[in-house]
Design a protein around this ligand. Structure first.
Ligand SMILES: *Cc1c(COP(=O)(O)O)cnc(C)c1O
Length: 462
C-alpha cells in the first residue's frame, strides 16, 4: 500500500514511512492510495474471529507490507493483553435499539489506548530497523497524552514531549501523564487552549529543517495507523450485532479531532454495513456546523464538561474534505489555503452532499450532558463519562427503532468531578491507577509561543 498526501504535492510513502511521519511536507495528511475491502460475509463465518484477529487483519490490510505482518499481529495481541476486559471492546445493551461500545478498558481508561498501544511498538520497531531514534511531540486535550505516556514510556528508541492546555484537563488526566517516572517523557503545560497547543506542534513540524534535525514524529490522530486500528471496533460491533448490508448499524461518536468518526467512515469504506455516523459535539460545534451547513469556521474554544472535545479545528477533517471532493488534491489545497487565510471555508454543494450522506451531526449542551448522565444512572445504575453522555444524547436525532451504538470513549472515573455532580456518586478509579492520586507530579510550563517551545526542544536534545 502507498500513502498519498491530501494536498497532492508530496511523494507517496510506504507503510513503514507513515508509521513515523507527521503531516506530509506539503501540509496535507496521508491517505491510502486505494481502499482495501474486507468481505463481511466471509469474516462472519470464520470461527473464532475475535476483535484481536480482526484488528491485526485490518491493520495488515492497510499496511500491505508482508514483512510487517508478524509484528502487527504480535503488537495487537500484546496490546489487547493489557486490557482489563477480556472482550476488549464489550457491547452493553442500554435498552431497545441502543448499545454502548465500551472503549475504555485499556491501561489509561480511554479509547486512545486502542491505537496507541499498538502504534508505539510498531514505531519503535520501524526506528530499530533504521537504527534511528525519534522525538514524538504531541498536543493533548487530555486523553491522548496519558495514552501516549503509557504506550511510549517503555519504548527504547523514542522520546516523548506532551503539551497539554494548562488547567483545561481533569486532575486524573493530568496526573496520568505527570506522575510518570519514565526518563524518556517530558510534560509541558501550555498557557492556552488545546487548539493553541496543537497549532504550536504543527508549527514545529512545518519547519522542515527543525523537524529533520530533531527527528520529530507524530502520534496524534493524523497518524494513519490510529485511524486504521480504530476502524476495527466498528467492524467488530457490526459483526457482533450480525448486521447485513440491508440491515445497517448506526454509530454515535463523541467527536473532537474527528479521528474516531473518520475511522467509522473508513470501516464503512472497507465494507462494514454502517448506516449513519452521528458526529456528536459539545458547544465547540465546528464539525457539527460543517456537516449541517457546509461551512467550516475557526471559532473560539469554550471549556466544557467534555474537555477532550473542546476543539474547533479538527485535524482529520481535511481527510474527509479529500474524500468528499472526489480525492482531488487541488480542491483540498484551495480550500485549506483559504481556511488558513480567512479562518473559514465553504464546501461545494456536491461535496457537502457526500458529507451529509455519511454523517449526521448534533450539538449537545453541558446541561443536556448532565441530564443524560442523571437519567441513565437513575434508570440503569450505570455511570457515563461526560463524553459518552454527549454521544448518547446525540442519538436523539435518529428514530427510536433505529439501531445505534454509542461509542463510550472514556471511563467515568477519568472525570470524577463531572460524574459526581451529575449522579451524586463518585466513581472509583480502578485499583491499578489509584497511586497517581497521591504521587508527585513533574511538568514544565511554557507560554503559548512557538519560539519558547523550540528553545525547550533544543535544550533537551540528546
Ligand atoms: C479524544 C477523545 C474524544 C474525541 O475523539 P476524536 O477522535 O479526537 O474526535 C472523545 N472522547 C474522549 C474521551 C476522548 O479522549
Amino acid at each position: 500500500m502507498r500513502y498519498i498526501s491530501t494536498r497532492g504535492q508530496s511523494a507517496a510513502l510506504s507503510f513503514e514511512e507513515i508509521l513515523l511521519s507527521g503531516p506530509a511536507p506539503d501540509g496535507g495528511l496521508y491517505m491510502p492510495d486505494v481502499w482495501p475491502r474486507i468481505d463481511m460475509a466471509r469474516i462472519r463465518i470464520t470461527p473464532g474471529m475475535d476483535i484481536t484477529q480482526l484488528t491485526w487483519s485490518i491493520l495488515a490490510l492497510f499496511a500491505g507490507a508482508p514483512d510487517w505482518n508478524r509484528s502487527i499481529e504480535r503488537a495487537t495481541r500484546e496490546a489487547h493483553e493489557r486490557f482489563s476486559d477480556k472482550h476488549i471492546a464489550p457491547l452493553r445493551e442500554l435498552g431497545p435499539h441502543r448499545w454502548l461500545l465500551e472503549l475504555f478498558h485499556g491501561p489509561t481508561l480511554a479509547f486512545k489506548d486502542f491505537a496507541l498501544q499498538i502504534l508505539a511498538p510498531l514505531m519503535n520497531e520501524a526506528l530499530a530497523r533504521r537504527k534511528s531514534r525519534a522525538l514524538v511531540i504531541a498536543a493533548t486535550s487530555g486523553d491522548t497524552g496519558a495514552a501516549a505516556v503509557a504506550a511510549l514510556a517503555s519504548q527504547s528508541n523514542i522520546d516523548l514531549i506532551v503539551l497539554h492546555p494548562k488547567g483545561r484537563i481533569s486532575d486524573v488526566q493530568r496526573r496520568q501523564m505527570t506522575t510518570t517516572t519514565a526518563t524518556n517523557v517530558r510534560n509541558i503545560a501550555i498557557e492556552g487552549t488545546f487548539d493553541d497547543a496543537q497549532a504550536l506542534v504543527k508549527q514545529l513540524f512545518a519547519d522542515r529543517a527543525f523537524a529533520a534535525k530533531h527527528r520529530l514524529a507524530a502520534i496524534n490522530s493524523i497518524n494513519w495507523v490510529r485511524i486504521a486500528v480504530q476502524s476495527a471496533y466498528y467492524v467488530a460491533a457490526c459483526l457482533a450485532l450480525k448486521k447485513e448490508q440491508n440491515d445497517k448499524l448506526s454509530f454515535s461518536i463523541p467527536s473532537g479531532n474527528f479521528g474516531n468518526a473518520f475511522a467509522g467512515y473508513v470501516a464503512k469504506k472497507i465494507g462494514a454495513p454502517i448506516g449513519k455516523l452521528i458526529v456528536a459535539t459539545n458547544v465547540n460545534d465546528g464539525l457539527a456546523t460543517a456537516i449541517a451547513e457546509g461551512k467550516y469556521a475557526r471559532g473560539p474554544t469554550h471549556a466544557t464538561l467534555s474537555p477532550a472535545m473542546d476543539i474547533q479545528v479538527a485535524s482529520n477533517f481535511e481527510r474527509m474534505l479529500f474524500e468528499a471532493n472526489g480525492r482531488d488534491p487541488a480542491i483540498v489545497r484551495a480550500l485549506m489555503d483559504g481556511f488558513a487565510k480567512t479562518g473559514s471555508l465553504r464546501l461545494h454543494p456536491a461535496a457537502h452532499a457526500v458529507l451529509r450522506d455519511v454523517f449526521s451531526a448534533n450539538r449537545v449542551l453541558d446541561s443536556e450532558t448532565v441530564a443524560t448522565m442523571k437519567i441513565v444512572h437513575r434508570q440503569t445504575g450505570l455511570q457515563l463519562d461526560p463524553h459518552t453522555a454527549v454521544g448518547l444524547t446525540a442519538t436523539r436525532i435518529l428514530g427510536e427503532t433505529e439501531d445505534v451504538v454509542t461509542l463510550a470513549t472514556a471511563h467515568p472515573a477519568k472525570f470524577l468531578e463531572a460524574v459526581h455532580i451529575a449522579t451524586g456518586v463518585k466513581p472509583e478509579l480502578p485499583e491499578p491507577l489509584r497511586w497517581i492520586l497521591t504521587a508527585s507530579e513533574r511538568y514544565d510550563t511554557l507560554p503559548n509561543d512557538a519560539a519558547a517551545l523550540r528553545d525547550y526542544v533544543e535544550k533537551g536534545a540528546r
